[in-house]
Design a protein around this ligand. Structure first.
Ligand code: ASP
Length: 347
Protein backbone atom coordinates (compact mmCIF):
# COMPACT_ATOMS: atom_id res chain seq x y z
CA UNK A 1 0.00 0.00 0.00
CA UNK A 2 1.29 3.45 -0.85
CA UNK A 3 2.05 5.28 2.43
CA UNK A 4 -0.04 8.40 2.22
CA UNK A 5 0.23 10.21 5.49
CA UNK A 6 3.53 9.66 7.21
CA UNK A 7 5.84 11.26 4.73
CA UNK A 8 8.29 13.67 6.39
CA UNK A 9 7.93 16.04 3.46
CA UNK A 10 4.36 16.64 4.38
CA UNK A 11 5.53 18.51 7.44
CA UNK A 12 6.90 21.24 5.24
CA UNK A 13 4.28 23.91 5.58
CA UNK A 14 4.16 25.16 2.04
CA UNK A 15 5.34 23.67 -1.17
CA UNK A 16 5.02 24.89 -4.65
CA UNK A 17 3.57 22.33 -6.96
CA UNK A 18 5.10 21.57 -10.29
CA UNK A 19 1.91 22.88 -11.76
CA UNK A 20 2.32 26.38 -10.40
CA UNK A 21 4.40 27.78 -13.22
CA UNK A 22 2.32 26.31 -15.99
CA UNK A 23 -0.96 27.33 -14.42
CA UNK A 24 0.25 30.83 -13.68
CA UNK A 25 1.08 31.26 -17.33
CA UNK A 26 -2.53 30.44 -18.12
CA UNK A 27 -3.85 33.57 -16.47
CA UNK A 28 -1.58 35.84 -14.48
CA UNK A 29 -3.45 38.35 -12.36
CA UNK A 30 -7.01 37.41 -13.22
CA UNK A 31 -9.37 34.72 -14.35
CA UNK A 32 -8.71 35.44 -17.96
CA UNK A 33 -6.16 37.87 -19.31
CA UNK A 34 -8.71 40.46 -20.40
CA UNK A 35 -11.00 40.39 -17.39
CA UNK A 36 -11.55 43.73 -15.66
CA UNK A 37 -10.42 44.16 -12.06
CA UNK A 38 -13.94 45.08 -11.02
CA UNK A 39 -15.15 41.60 -11.90
CA UNK A 40 -12.45 40.03 -9.77
CA UNK A 41 -13.52 41.85 -6.61
CA UNK A 42 -15.49 39.71 -4.18
CA UNK A 43 -18.98 40.70 -3.17
CA UNK A 44 -17.97 40.12 0.47
CA UNK A 45 -21.46 39.10 1.62
CA UNK A 46 -20.43 38.79 5.24
CA UNK A 47 -19.14 42.37 5.46
CA UNK A 48 -15.72 41.08 6.41
CA UNK A 49 -13.86 44.31 5.77
CA UNK A 50 -11.02 44.99 3.40
CA UNK A 51 -9.73 41.91 1.67
CA UNK A 52 -6.16 41.14 2.59
CA UNK A 53 -5.79 37.94 0.62
CA UNK A 54 -5.79 36.70 -2.92
CA UNK A 55 -9.09 34.83 -3.33
CA UNK A 56 -9.01 31.09 -3.75
CA UNK A 57 -10.78 29.65 -6.77
CA UNK A 58 -10.27 25.93 -6.22
CA UNK A 59 -9.49 23.90 -3.15
CA UNK A 60 -9.29 20.14 -2.98
CA UNK A 61 -8.15 17.40 -0.69
CA UNK A 62 -4.86 15.49 -0.77
CA UNK A 63 -2.11 15.39 -3.37
CA UNK A 64 -4.49 14.14 -6.07
CA UNK A 65 -6.19 17.51 -5.63
CA UNK A 66 -3.42 18.99 -7.79
CA UNK A 67 -4.72 17.28 -10.92
CA UNK A 68 -8.33 18.01 -9.97
CA UNK A 69 -7.52 21.70 -9.55
CA UNK A 70 -5.66 21.77 -12.88
CA UNK A 71 -8.78 20.43 -14.61
CA UNK A 72 -11.06 22.80 -12.71
CA UNK A 73 -8.83 25.72 -13.65
CA UNK A 74 -9.04 24.78 -17.31
CA UNK A 75 -12.84 25.18 -17.00
CA UNK A 76 -12.67 28.36 -14.91
CA UNK A 77 -10.04 30.10 -17.00
CA UNK A 78 -12.40 29.91 -19.98
CA UNK A 79 -15.15 31.55 -17.94
CA UNK A 80 -16.79 28.26 -16.94
CA UNK A 81 -19.20 27.72 -14.07
CA UNK A 82 -18.09 26.43 -10.68
CA UNK A 83 -20.49 23.48 -10.95
CA UNK A 84 -18.88 22.33 -14.20
CA UNK A 85 -15.43 22.91 -12.74
CA UNK A 86 -15.95 20.78 -9.62
CA UNK A 87 -17.46 17.97 -11.62
CA UNK A 88 -14.67 18.03 -14.21
CA UNK A 89 -12.02 18.28 -11.48
CA UNK A 90 -13.04 15.28 -9.42
CA UNK A 91 -13.75 13.16 -12.51
CA UNK A 92 -10.01 13.14 -13.21
CA UNK A 93 -9.37 11.44 -9.88
CA UNK A 94 -12.37 9.08 -10.24
CA UNK A 95 -11.00 7.81 -13.57
CA UNK A 96 -7.42 7.29 -12.38
CA UNK A 97 -6.78 3.63 -11.45
CA UNK A 98 -3.65 4.66 -9.54
CA UNK A 99 -5.78 6.50 -7.00
CA UNK A 100 -6.91 3.68 -4.77
CA UNK A 101 -9.44 5.50 -2.65
CA UNK A 102 -11.70 7.05 -5.30
CA UNK A 103 -13.68 5.65 -8.23
CA UNK A 104 -12.06 3.23 -10.70
CA UNK A 105 -9.30 1.27 -8.93
CA UNK A 106 -10.69 2.12 -5.49
CA UNK A 107 -10.15 -0.48 -2.77
CA UNK A 108 -13.13 -2.78 -2.31
CA UNK A 109 -15.18 -3.63 0.74
CA UNK A 110 -14.41 -6.77 2.72
CA UNK A 111 -16.35 -8.85 0.20
CA UNK A 112 -14.36 -7.54 -2.75
CA UNK A 113 -16.96 -5.08 -4.10
CA UNK A 114 -15.99 -1.53 -5.05
CA UNK A 115 -18.81 0.68 -3.74
CA UNK A 116 -18.84 4.41 -4.29
CA UNK A 117 -20.25 7.45 -2.53
CA UNK A 118 -20.46 10.95 -4.05
CA UNK A 119 -22.33 14.22 -3.84
CA UNK A 120 -22.42 17.63 -5.48
CA UNK A 121 -23.96 20.94 -4.40
CA UNK A 122 -24.22 24.46 -5.79
CA UNK A 123 -24.54 27.90 -4.25
CA UNK A 124 -28.35 27.86 -4.33
CA UNK A 125 -28.73 24.65 -2.36
CA UNK A 126 -29.27 22.41 -5.38
CA UNK A 127 -27.78 19.06 -4.44
CA UNK A 128 -27.47 15.51 -5.70
CA UNK A 129 -25.97 12.41 -4.18
CA UNK A 130 -25.40 8.72 -4.70
CA UNK A 131 -24.38 6.20 -2.08
CA UNK A 132 -23.33 2.56 -2.23
CA UNK A 133 -23.21 2.76 -6.02
CA UNK A 134 -21.37 0.00 -7.90
CA UNK A 135 -20.02 -0.41 -11.45
CA UNK A 136 -20.09 3.25 -12.51
CA UNK A 137 -16.82 5.08 -13.06
CA UNK A 138 -18.16 8.59 -12.44
CA UNK A 139 -20.48 8.64 -9.43
CA UNK A 140 -20.13 12.44 -9.29
CA UNK A 141 -21.85 12.74 -12.67
CA UNK A 142 -24.62 10.40 -11.53
CA UNK A 143 -25.02 12.62 -8.45
CA UNK A 144 -25.29 15.63 -10.72
CA UNK A 145 -27.91 13.83 -12.80
CA UNK A 146 -29.88 13.08 -9.62
CA UNK A 147 -29.72 16.80 -8.83
CA UNK A 148 -30.72 17.99 -12.27
CA UNK A 149 -33.09 15.31 -13.53
CA UNK A 150 -35.01 14.03 -10.52
CA UNK A 151 -37.07 15.65 -7.78
CA UNK A 152 -34.78 13.93 -5.22
CA UNK A 153 -31.39 14.54 -3.66
CA UNK A 154 -30.11 11.07 -2.93
CA UNK A 155 -30.27 7.64 -4.56
CA UNK A 156 -28.48 4.58 -3.30
CA UNK A 157 -27.50 1.02 -4.15
CA UNK A 158 -29.35 -0.80 -6.89
CA UNK A 159 -31.75 2.13 -7.36
CA UNK A 160 -28.83 4.46 -8.03
CA UNK A 161 -27.33 1.96 -10.48
CA UNK A 162 -30.65 1.51 -12.29
CA UNK A 163 -30.99 5.29 -12.58
CA UNK A 164 -27.41 5.64 -13.85
CA UNK A 165 -27.93 3.00 -16.54
CA UNK A 166 -31.19 4.64 -17.62
CA UNK A 167 -29.30 7.93 -17.91
CA UNK A 168 -26.80 6.30 -20.25
CA UNK A 169 -23.87 5.63 -17.90
CA UNK A 170 -21.97 2.45 -18.76
CA UNK A 171 -21.65 -0.50 -16.42
CA UNK A 172 -17.99 -1.33 -15.78
CA UNK A 173 -15.80 -3.47 -13.58
CA UNK A 174 -14.08 -1.01 -11.24
CA UNK A 175 -11.94 -3.54 -9.39
CA UNK A 176 -8.44 -3.36 -10.87
CA UNK A 177 -5.95 -6.23 -10.60
CA UNK A 178 -3.87 -4.15 -8.12
CA UNK A 179 -6.79 -3.45 -5.80
CA UNK A 180 -7.95 -7.04 -5.99
CA UNK A 181 -4.46 -8.31 -5.12
CA UNK A 182 -4.26 -5.93 -2.18
CA UNK A 183 -7.69 -7.10 -0.96
CA UNK A 184 -6.64 -10.75 -1.23
CA UNK A 185 -3.52 -10.00 0.83
CA UNK A 186 -5.67 -8.25 3.42
CA UNK A 187 -8.06 -11.20 3.54
CA UNK A 188 -5.26 -13.58 4.60
CA UNK A 189 -4.98 -12.31 8.15
CA UNK A 190 -7.76 -9.80 8.47
CA UNK A 191 -10.18 -12.15 10.15
CA UNK A 192 -12.74 -10.36 7.95
CA UNK A 193 -12.80 -7.45 10.43
CA UNK A 194 -13.14 -3.94 9.02
CA UNK A 195 -10.41 -1.72 10.46
CA UNK A 196 -10.18 2.04 10.40
CA UNK A 197 -6.64 3.25 10.12
CA UNK A 198 -4.89 6.31 8.90
CA UNK A 199 -3.92 4.84 5.52
CA UNK A 200 -6.84 2.90 4.12
CA UNK A 201 -9.06 5.72 2.91
CA UNK A 202 -9.08 9.25 1.39
CA UNK A 203 -11.62 11.21 -0.55
CA UNK A 204 -11.48 13.91 -3.15
CA UNK A 205 -13.48 16.81 -1.77
CA UNK A 206 -13.41 19.93 -3.89
CA UNK A 207 -14.68 23.51 -3.52
CA UNK A 208 -14.71 25.99 -6.39
CA UNK A 209 -15.60 29.66 -6.73
CA UNK A 210 -16.02 30.98 -10.25
CA UNK A 211 -15.53 34.46 -11.65
CA UNK A 212 -19.10 35.46 -10.87
CA UNK A 213 -18.63 34.37 -7.24
CA UNK A 214 -20.74 31.22 -7.52
CA UNK A 215 -19.62 28.47 -5.16
CA UNK A 216 -19.96 24.74 -5.78
CA UNK A 217 -18.61 21.63 -4.14
CA UNK A 218 -18.13 17.96 -4.94
CA UNK A 219 -17.06 14.99 -2.88
CA UNK A 220 -16.39 11.46 -4.17
CA UNK A 221 -14.80 8.33 -2.73
CA UNK A 222 -14.67 4.55 -2.64
CA UNK A 223 -14.73 5.03 1.13
CA UNK A 224 -12.97 3.07 3.78
CA UNK A 225 -11.12 0.04 2.40
CA UNK A 226 -12.40 -3.36 3.58
CA UNK A 227 -15.57 -1.82 5.04
CA UNK A 228 -18.71 -3.85 5.66
CA UNK A 229 -20.71 -4.36 2.50
CA UNK A 230 -23.34 -1.61 2.44
CA UNK A 231 -21.38 0.85 4.58
CA UNK A 232 -21.92 4.47 3.59
CA UNK A 233 -19.55 7.15 4.88
CA UNK A 234 -19.83 10.90 5.21
CA UNK A 235 -18.91 11.68 1.60
CA UNK A 236 -22.37 11.44 -0.04
CA UNK A 237 -24.14 13.09 2.89
CA UNK A 238 -25.04 16.72 2.35
CA UNK A 239 -23.97 18.47 5.55
CA UNK A 240 -21.38 15.84 6.50
CA UNK A 241 -18.97 15.34 3.59
CA UNK A 242 -19.98 18.54 1.80
CA UNK A 243 -22.00 21.68 2.33
CA UNK A 244 -22.38 24.85 0.28
CA UNK A 245 -24.24 28.05 1.12
CA UNK A 246 -23.60 30.63 -1.57
CA UNK A 247 -24.10 33.51 0.87
CA UNK A 248 -21.58 32.21 3.39
CA UNK A 249 -19.16 29.60 2.08
CA UNK A 250 -18.52 25.95 1.47
CA UNK A 251 -16.81 23.09 3.26
CA UNK A 252 -15.82 19.51 2.58
CA UNK A 253 -14.40 16.72 4.69
CA UNK A 254 -12.09 13.76 4.46
CA UNK A 255 -10.97 11.08 6.87
CA UNK A 256 -12.89 8.87 9.24
CA UNK A 257 -16.40 9.34 7.92
CA UNK A 258 -18.25 8.12 10.99
CA UNK A 259 -16.63 10.89 13.06
CA UNK A 260 -17.53 13.52 10.46
CA UNK A 261 -21.16 12.35 10.35
CA UNK A 262 -21.43 12.53 14.14
CA UNK A 263 -20.83 16.29 14.10
CA UNK A 264 -22.51 17.04 10.73
CA UNK A 265 -19.03 18.33 9.95
CA UNK A 266 -19.26 20.35 6.74
CA UNK A 267 -22.49 22.04 7.76
CA UNK A 268 -20.91 22.91 11.10
CA UNK A 269 -17.92 24.51 9.36
CA UNK A 270 -20.21 26.63 7.17
CA UNK A 271 -22.29 27.71 10.17
CA UNK A 272 -19.13 28.72 12.03
CA UNK A 273 -18.09 30.85 9.06
CA UNK A 274 -21.57 32.40 9.13
CA UNK A 275 -20.80 33.42 12.72
CA UNK A 276 -17.67 35.20 11.55
CA UNK A 277 -14.88 32.62 11.80
CA UNK A 278 -12.27 32.51 9.09
CA UNK A 279 -12.19 29.34 7.03
CA UNK A 280 -9.32 27.89 9.07
CA UNK A 281 -10.86 28.85 12.42
CA UNK A 282 -14.11 27.18 11.41
CA UNK A 283 -12.31 23.98 10.37
CA UNK A 284 -10.29 23.99 13.58
CA UNK A 285 -13.40 24.34 15.73
CA UNK A 286 -15.09 21.46 13.90
CA UNK A 287 -12.03 19.26 14.47
CA UNK A 288 -12.06 20.24 18.17
CA UNK A 289 -15.73 19.24 18.33
CA UNK A 290 -15.03 15.85 16.75
CA UNK A 291 -12.07 15.24 19.00
CA UNK A 292 -14.05 16.10 22.15
CA UNK A 293 -16.79 13.70 21.10
CA UNK A 294 -14.22 11.01 20.33
CA UNK A 295 -12.65 11.40 23.75
CA UNK A 296 -16.03 11.45 25.54
CA UNK A 297 -16.76 8.11 23.95
CA UNK A 298 -13.48 6.75 25.30
CA UNK A 299 -12.00 6.11 21.86
CA UNK A 300 -8.33 6.10 20.88
CA UNK A 301 -7.48 8.84 18.44
CA UNK A 302 -4.04 7.59 17.51
CA UNK A 303 -4.85 5.81 14.30
CA UNK A 304 -7.47 7.99 12.77
CA UNK A 305 -7.67 11.23 10.84
CA UNK A 306 -10.25 13.79 9.90
CA UNK A 307 -9.65 16.94 7.90
CA UNK A 308 -11.77 19.83 6.68
CA UNK A 309 -11.35 22.31 3.84
CA UNK A 310 -13.37 25.51 3.72
CA UNK A 311 -13.84 28.48 1.47
CA UNK A 312 -15.76 31.61 2.40
CA UNK A 313 -18.00 33.26 -0.17
CA UNK A 314 -15.36 35.96 -0.66
CA UNK A 315 -12.68 33.39 -1.55
CA UNK A 316 -10.86 33.30 1.79
CA UNK A 317 -9.92 29.68 2.42
CA UNK A 318 -8.32 27.38 4.96
CA UNK A 319 -8.03 23.88 6.33
CA UNK A 320 -7.49 22.02 9.56
CA UNK A 321 -6.95 18.37 10.49
CA UNK A 322 -6.90 16.20 13.56
CA UNK A 323 -3.50 14.72 12.81
CA UNK A 324 -0.48 15.71 10.70
CA UNK A 325 -0.35 14.63 7.09
CA UNK A 326 -3.46 16.19 5.56
CA UNK A 327 -2.38 17.94 2.38
CA UNK A 328 -4.57 19.93 0.05
CA UNK A 329 -4.30 21.72 -3.27
CA UNK A 330 -5.16 25.40 -3.49
CA UNK A 331 -5.51 27.42 -6.68
CA UNK A 332 -5.72 31.20 -6.45
CA UNK A 333 -7.21 33.73 -8.84
CA UNK A 334 -4.65 33.72 -11.64
CA UNK A 335 -4.19 29.97 -11.53
CA UNK A 336 -1.24 29.65 -9.14
CA UNK A 337 -1.51 26.24 -7.52
CA UNK A 338 0.20 24.97 -4.38
CA UNK A 339 0.09 21.82 -2.33
CA UNK A 340 -0.23 22.82 1.32
CA UNK A 341 -0.08 20.90 4.57
CA UNK A 342 -3.03 21.62 6.82
CA UNK A 343 -2.36 22.67 10.41
CA UNK A 344 -3.42 20.01 12.88
CA UNK A 345 -4.51 19.44 16.44
CA UNK A 346 -2.53 16.42 17.65
CA UNK A 347 0.87 14.98 16.87
N1 ASP B 1 -14.50 10.07 4.47
C1 ASP B 1 -14.32 8.88 3.70
C2 ASP B 1 -15.19 7.80 4.28
O1 ASP B 1 -15.31 7.71 5.47
C3 ASP B 1 -12.92 8.40 3.62
C4 ASP B 1 -11.86 9.47 3.61
O2 ASP B 1 -12.07 10.59 3.19
O3 ASP B 1 -10.75 9.21 4.03
O4 ASP B 1 -15.68 7.01 3.52
Amino acid sequence: MKPKHNNQNRRTFLRKSALAGALTLMGVGGWRPNQSRANQRSSNPLGLGARDFVPTVALSTWRFGLKANAEAWSVLSKGGKSLDAVEAGVRVVEADPQERSVGYGGRPDRDGHVTLDACIMDELGNAGSVAFLQHIMHPISVARAVMERTPHIMLCGSGALEFALREGFKKQNLLTAESEAEWRRWMKDARYTPVVNIENHDTIGMLVRDETGRLSGACTTSGMAWKLHGRVGDSPLIGAGLYVDGQVGAATATGHGEEVIRIAGSHLVVELMRQGRTAEEACREAVNRAQAMFVRRGRDLRDTQIGFLAMRADGQSGAFALRPGFSYARTLVGGQTELLDAPFLLN
